[in-house]
Design a protein around this ligand. Structure first.
Ligand code: COA
Ligand code: AMP
Length: 629
């Protein structure tokens, strides 16, 4: 059965297609139907099924004779540690932690924030929540206290599970002060925190609130898997939108199980027992879907890698991990390959390792630029598969389904729509554009199982951001085009979201921080092209009248503010002071033109511009910081 056959079978009968895919899941009560459209345009899947994620990701493999198979390989060059955990061990560890959570009062539907680095205990914490029907929200370790506080107030967790530290090359990131700062800033207070102490940093515990990871598990009864309704939220994952208030993407349980399981063979072409590695972080959707849930649900061994593509200790780390652990399918972001290419352009490190185990490289998270894809293809001699998706969607929506049929690769395009999607390109007025023309990328509702059902506590925002502009469709927020073969080409975002080293960030959120500086009257942040990270944020500051301080001092202060409030992951290091910002006569800042100037691209002076001379001033200011590069 080729791609066309599979895609057409979905299109002609989506209900049958997803019910068939659902057969691969162990249900406590089988759903009577796939789609629930009783509340359209809000859709749900497998609503009357009863199921447990942890059972499907862990226990059932033990029951089916995979207990001694390694479930998690932990490989941490930054701590020089390697460890393997079998499915049987994982079941016991997760059941005990789940028992401890329950003993402390965490129940079905309660939220639990997890603020932890790339250690197996993070996966165990996620699975422990799933086991008892608690809803986890993992917060990426590169976010600072303020971001954590915003998430605490939004999802009001009963508990927070944190590690004492994360390890970045050259520094230990102490999580406990960040956690304390966040709880202090937040209005909502969790009942308790569980702290996983690492050898690199023993954090002082706050009496009456903090419990040690090991102590809390002493003598507790392990918890069984609690079946939950198909539409019960498995997790909330915050992602960047246009403002500083992140969007809490809600992932319902049953669709998540069915869809992720389907992708493991059909898309990533692995069989149960194969080793699958996604070099990302559990704090992002890639980590949720393809470090934690997807591989485990499907009976694969997953790799938890605590390191970077370069510098831990060298540009050969990825090749070592692949060859040592016999990785079959490997997934990362193009930026990781750009980092390796910059250090080792001739691929000398690669020659040291036998990579015959590796069949395919999958790249996503940002645009796969042709240079990087070609370099990776030449280096590894295997197919390099670009694919496109988003936190909201949870798994590949556009790609090349290697387990069904490898389609011809067109470098620069992530290929074709997966079952569940029928992408179209619309103009501003919502009219469908012909092939080859650029417009907003949308797909008709309902979105398939495994995608988000809403935004946590923000249904109005969900409708406004994704459903209202093109009724009957999901608006992706990306612009692009379809070619004559139905391949999708992703060109840009249509909002103020930027992509820095595969991390999705809000320029609006950064502007909110800059605007808080007492000397800043007005500001703008744009994403400019960067050879390594794809994009980098740059701030433009207009100072309050009468401020006479040296500009470099103010720039230093705003850079520190963004690092302190959003976190190091924002990679906000560049800002310039300007007299004015270019605006339309109605007062809209012309960010897209500013980006073109910074990138050294041709631009048209917009007819609506208030004063064209400002564009020259912007160009001059950018030159002072070395742009266009
Ligand atoms: N905890 C604390 N700090 C973190 C962090 C974490 N989990 N992750 C990143 N940071 C910090 C970094 O140390 C860096 O700090 P610095 O300004 O003091 O140097 C800052 O955040 C920016 O990080 P990053 O953008 O990742 O840059 P980098 O220079 O450290 O590494 C790459 C660049 C390309 C090697 C790195 O981004 C990478 O490996 N990317 C892989 C892609 C990926 O995982 N994408 C996720 C989605 S698929
Ligand atoms: P995130 O929600 O963090 O996964 O980011 C999703 C966004 O990243 C998408 O909306 C795109 O803008 C971008 N993106 C992800 N994958 C790709 C890709 N393969 N090609 C181009 N852009 C991508």
């Amino acid at each position: 059965m080729g791609y066309k056959h599979v895609y057409d079978s979905w299109k002609s009968d989506p209900e049958a297609f997803w019910m068939q895919a659902a057969e691969a899941i162990d249900w406590d009560r089988k759903p009577s139907r796939a789609l629930d459209d009783s509340n359209a345009p809000l859709y749900e899947w497998f609503t009357d099924g009863m199921v447990n994620t942890c059972w499907n990701a862990v226990d059932r493999h033990v029951e089916q004779g995979r207990g001694d198979q390694v479930a998690i390989i932990y490989d941490s060059p930054v701590t020089e540690t390697k460890r393997e955990i079998t499915f049987r061990e994982l079941r016991s560890r997760v059941a005990t932690l789940a028992g401890a959570l329950r003993a402390k009062g965490v129940e079905k539907g309660d939220r639990v924030i997890i603020y932890m680095p790339m250690v197996p205990e993070t996966i165990e914490a996620m699975l422990a929540c799933a086991r008892i029907g608690a809803v986890h929200s993992v917060v990426f370790g590169g976010f600072a206290s303020h971001e954590l506080a915003v998430r605490i107030d939004d999802c009001t967790p009963k508990a927070i599970i944190a590690a004492s530290c994360g390890i970045e090359p050259g520094r230990t990131v102490k999580y406990k002060p960040l956690l304390d700062g966040a709880i202090e800033q937040a209005t909502h207070k969790p009942d308790f925190c569980i702290v996983f102490q690492r050898d690199q940093e023993i954090a002082p515990l706050t009496e009456g609130r903090d419990l040690d990871w090991h102590d809390v598990q002493q003598g507790v009864a392990p918890a069984d898997c609690l079946p939950v309704e198909g539409n019960h939220p498995a997790y909330i994952l915050y992602t960047s939108g246009t403002t500083g208030q992140p969007k809490g993407v809600v992932r319902p349980t049953a669709g998540h199980l069915v869809a992720l399981n389907w992708t493991m063979k059909n898309f990533f072409n692995v069989d149960p027992g194969d080793v699958f590695w996604a070099a990302s972080d559990v704090g992002w959707v890639v980590g949720h879907s393809y470090i934690c849930y997807g591989p485990l649900i499907h009976g694969n061994t997953t790799v938890v890698f605590e390191g970077k593509p370069v510098g831990t200790p060298d540009a050969g780390t990825f090749w070592r991990v692949i060859s040592e652990h016999k990785v079959r399918s490997f997934f990362t972001a193009p930026t990781a390959f750009r980092a390796i290419k910059r250090e080792d352009p001739k691929g000398k490190y690669r020659e040291k390792y036998d990579l015959s185990c590796l069949r395919t490289l999958y790249l996503a998270g940002e645009r796969g630029d042709p240079d990087t894809i070609n370099w990776a293809k030449d280096l590894l001699g295997i197919p390099v598969i670009d694919h496109w998706w988003q936190t909201e969607l949870g798994y590949p929506a556009v790609g090349n389904p290697m387990g069904i049929e490898p389609l011809p690769v067109k470098i620069g395009s992530p290929s074709v729509a997966m079952p569940g999607y029928d992408f179209r390109i619309l103009d501003e007025a919502g009219q469908e554009l012909p092939r080859g023309e650029l417009g907003a990328i949308v797909t008709p509702l309902p979105l398939p199982p495994g995608t988000f059902s809403t935004l946590w506590n923000a249904e109005a925002r969900f409708r406004k951001a994704y459903l209202d502009r093109f009724p009957g469709h999901y608006e992706t927020g990306d612009a692009g085009m379809l070619d004559e073969d139905g391949y999708l080409w992703i060109m840009a975002r249509t909002d103020d979201v930027i992509n820095v080293a595969g991390h999705r960030l809000s320029t609006g959120g950064m502007e909110e921080v800059l605007a808080d500086h007492p000397d800043v009257a007005e500001c703008a942040v744009i994403g400019i092209r960067d050879e390594l990270k794809g994009q980098l944020p740059v701030g433009f500051l207009c100072l309050t009248k009468g401020v006479n301080r040296p500009h470099d001092e103010i720039v230093k202060e705003v850079v520190a503010m963004v690092r302190d409030q959003i976190g190091p992951v924002a990679a906000f290091k560049l800002a310039v002071v300007v007299d004015r910002l270019p605006k339309t006569r109605s007062g809209k800042i012309l960010r897209a033109v500013m980006v073109k100037i910074a990138n050294g691209e041709d631009y048209k002076v917009p007819a609506t511009i208030d004063d064209p001379a400002i564009l020259d001033e912007i160009g001059d200011a950018l030159k002072t910081i070395g742009y266009p590069a």
